[in-house]
Design a protein around this ligand. Sequence first.
Ligand SMILES: Cc1ncc(COP(=O)(O)O)c(C=O)c1O
Length: 533
Amino acid sequence: MASNSAVPASTTDSAGRATPGAAARADVLHAGPAGYGKLAEQLGQAVEKMSGWMAGYGDFAPHPSLDVPLEQLERATAALHERLRENYPFFHPRYIGQMLKPPHPAAVIGYVSAMLINPNNHALDGGPATARMEKEVVAQLAAMFGFPEHLGHLTSSGTIANLEALFVARQIHPGKAVAHSVDAHYTHGRMCHVLGVEAVAVPTAADGTMDLQALEETLRGGRIGTVVATPGTTGLGAVDPVHEIVALCRRYGARVHVDAAYGGFFRLIADGTAEGVAAEPFGAIAECDSVVVDPHKHGLQPYGCGAVLFHDPGVARHYLHDSPYTYFTSDELHLGEISLECSRAGASAAALWLTLQLLPLTPDGLGAVLRPGRRAALAWADLIDRSDELTLFQRPHLDILSYFPTWRSLSEIDRASAHVLNTGMHLPAAQSLFVATYTVDGASMAARGHRVAADVASGRILRSVLMKPETEEHVPALHQQVLDLLRSRGPQSRFKSGTGSAVPPTLPGRDGTLDDAGSGGGRTARSVAQLVR
Ligand SMILES: Cc1ncc(COP(=O)(O)O)c(C=O)c1O
């Protein structure tokens, strides 16, 4: 098992696979702790360069009200660094919990360089250089999705990007509802509420994708103006069949919005190959009315960097507003004129711009960063398939893996999953393992052919997001560690689900909230009162 100290840098072979343990190279900036020495040098140079530009405007005296004693700064910063240790190790291959990883160091250099100036991309008056960079990166995103024309901009998050797409959808189809799958991100319902639009949750098929028959029945009713397709759901990474959704929507005159906040960059490896992802759903994004993608997820960016793109530049009319105190330096399009938000960090655009200069939106550029995670998901799925102790909940469509301890009842599965989650994260740092859980019910187990006794209303299974390319070489060790954690709980009644001829007898279960000894229990089962306490 790799230590928790700086991970030894890897290089890659001709197929883009990591060659483990290769020495750090002097001529490259490595990602992660292995590259932090070089990052420190590069950041020093960035600060020098920006101060050189500033010096051209002439010296001025710093104001004493802003002076802070160095000794005090060092003490406060030490306290900050101490407090930051409370974080989970998102940077490490053994963190496979949520959709979280540090930005690429190039993004850090881009962000810090621009942040020293702190441009505001609301208007060319506020950030001329970074606003132009934003237009360039948005054009690159549009090209990745195959939009021949586009209107778009960066946002502070995927949620705000989706809000904008749904706002435009409401303006185009006033009074009509928005349909999304029950597994779509929870903010679609919330944002529809904000917009005063009815949201209709369409059931999913057995693999967690939108059920097309149910969608067609919903569309037949005539009240749907827009359908949200999600190629990469947050929970399972399920890829909605965008190509089939588009065909249906065209028949019924509905718009299609694609929430590719998580999955969008998989367009770069949507080649239908054994180590790529399905081509058709991602290819069909080119025909959709709008798309959202989050560079702060798979685009190697710091929070908050989302993006929304519209196929028809004419939707700018829905943003029309007057502002007597801005937009005065140029007649060119100011991004605030096509954005619901006002202030936005120019530094976000600079960070993405610099990253894409180095890792462009091509299969060999950023695509080569996504492919190892996809391979990792497939390799781990195979290991699980061959194991008696773990069962795959469903085959991964992207790089998100869902699996569960092969116990006979949902209550046992829940407790065993919680044990892996809680025990793994509380091990000493150098051995720790961080997974996530996903709440399922008996029906969703049965829909996937798992013969599990549904002795409780819902229970947790295991979920792992394999979004760091470094994870690939750790898959066998990660699999073994999950097995070791399960075994550390002692022998249980076990069977390989989905293979038995009858539902096995249930062990005594209990209804309601489940909990593993010492765990926080299922969050979904906790009351609001408990959460706000
Ligand atoms: C598919 C999808 N849509 C929307 C969101 C919300 O994005 P954000 O967290 O950037 O607001 C997420 C976040 O995980 C997501 O996975």
